[in-house]
Design a protein around this ligand. Structure first.
Ligand code: GLU
Length: 416
């Protein structure tokens, strides 16, 4: 079954608006992205052939500040997915109350199939194609699935070459040497851990005794698993695109990192007491906390009835389908929604941009303590509303976010 993530986003948005007592007139403009750019990206491949890739940059809202959001390189991306991801950025930035709107970009490509030079040419040509809508005051990209600091460096350089001077504030998640922020790379995973600690505490689940499963071993899942492990928590399962690993007594995440770095896959890891499991097995394990940190639509209506976790912390964007969300709610599972759970990344992106605009650098303790403060404040606000209005954390998070964006729009008024 093909899920339309934008439709799923709208269904939660409409519910949040209804609970806030807003009429369609109050928020109708927010049901549509402000601007959508589709670009053809021709690239000369190393063998001399020419390939043309499709790229997007979609700006959902700029009401509360410049548009902000990552760029995804993935063979299956389509326009509906990028639209949903752009809108989620609007709600994410609003729920943690940082002064941004939302955007997302993507190229339909499998980056692992390209050489470094091809990847650089692809990134630079795409940047040139979307250049008119970018800028530190306009729209600021960042890494997402399939992109990293090196690619952000190429974006910064391409934009700067057109301007004629270095513009570090046009992109976040850059290498430290050209204005990246300390703590940015780990920020999303670190934020996931902060939020998990907070919600477990409020749910009366002692983290020292909790069993945790993490789906995805990339920048979000891998980092979250490592920080859980460093805190002495028990991570019983992790997975990547190839396989899952399970040890009911707890995995040695340090050893698994070494294996993954050497082999570029979790497959073949043979730690004591550890066995390989499938993706579906991981999602339905007998654990206290499940962190889906891979892609969208992983927890579907077929998976949801079998989920045993008491808390789900959405490290990925959109990992739970609308129907699965309803089933889990009936089962009493607490779901910390993506727009809150994985906001740590964009929060530290915001710190990076602030540092760039002021041309100063913060130390990592400043970054991490400000991150913690913002994440805990946001959890407090969402939980308070959820209790008061008897709504799920997802609907409450959307309510906090939508209310902020609608108020900003009302104050500014509709142009002309
Ligand atoms: N791609 C990340 C996200 O989905 C980070 C976006 C950013 O830092 O702008 O939140």
């Amino acid at each position: 079954m093909k899920y339309n993530p934008y439709e799923q986003m709208l269904s939660v948005l409409d519910l949040a608006a209804e609970k806030l007592g807003y009429t369609l007139n109050d928020y109708n403009a927010l049901r549509y992205p402000e601007r959508e750019l589709t670009v053809a990206v021709p690239v000369e491949m190393d063998d001399g052939t020419l390939k043309v890739f499709t790229g997007y940059r979609i700006q959902h809202s700029s009401s509360r500040g410049p548009c902000k959001g990552g760029i995804r390189f993935h063979p299956d991306v389509d326009v509906d997915e990028v639209r949903a991801l752009a809108a989620w950025m609007t709600w994410k930035c609003a729920v943690v109350n940082i002064p941004y709107g939302g955007a997302k970009g993507a190229i339909q490509v499998d980056p692992s199939g390209l050489s470094d030079r091809e990847l650089s040419r692809l990134t630079r040509r795409y940047t040139a194609a979307i250049l008119p809508v970018l800028g530190p005051e306009r729209d600021i990209p960042a890494p997402d699935v399939g992109t990293d600091a090196r690619i952000m460096g190429w974006i910064m350089d391409t934009y700067s070459m057109f301007k004629g001077y270095a513009v570090p504030g046009v992109v976040t998640g850059k290498p430290i040497e050209i204005g990246g922020s300390l703590g940015r790379k780990e920020a999303t995973g670190r934020g996931v851990v902060i939020v998990t600690d907070e919600i477990a505490f409020r749910s009366g689940i002692p983290m020292q005794k909790a069993k945790i499963a993490v789906q995805g071993f990339g920048n979000v899942g891998g980092t979250a698993a490592r920080i859980f492990y460093e805190k002495g928590y028990t991570v019983v399962a992790v997975s990547d695109v190839h396989t899952g690993l399970y040890n009911e007594k707890g995995l040695n995440i340090d050893e698994i990192f070494k294996h993954a770095e050497a082999n570029r896959t979790l497959r073949g890891y043979t730690g004591k007491g550890t066995r390989e499991i499938s993706n579906d097995e991981l999602l339905t394990l007998n654990v206290d906390i499940l962190v889906p940190a891979a892609l969208e639509n992983q927890i579907t209506e077929t998976i949801a009835p079998k989920v045993k976790a008491k808390i789900i912390v959405e490290g990925a964007n959109g990992p739970t389908t609308t129907r699965a969300d309803e089933i889990l709610k009936e089962k009493g599972v607490v779901i910390v929604p993506d727009i809150l759970a994985n906001a740590g990344g964009v929060v530290v992106s915001y710190f990076e941009w602030v540092q760039n605009l002021q041309a100063i650098f913060w130390d990592v303790h400043e970054v991490n303590s400000m991150l913690k403060k913002i994440m805990i404040r946001s959890v407090d606000e969402v939980c308070a509303l959820s209790k008061g209005k008897d709504t799920s954390l997802r609907v409450s998070a959307y309510m906090v976010a939508l209310d902020r964006v609608v108020k900003a729009k009302k104050i500014r008024g509709i142009f002309p």
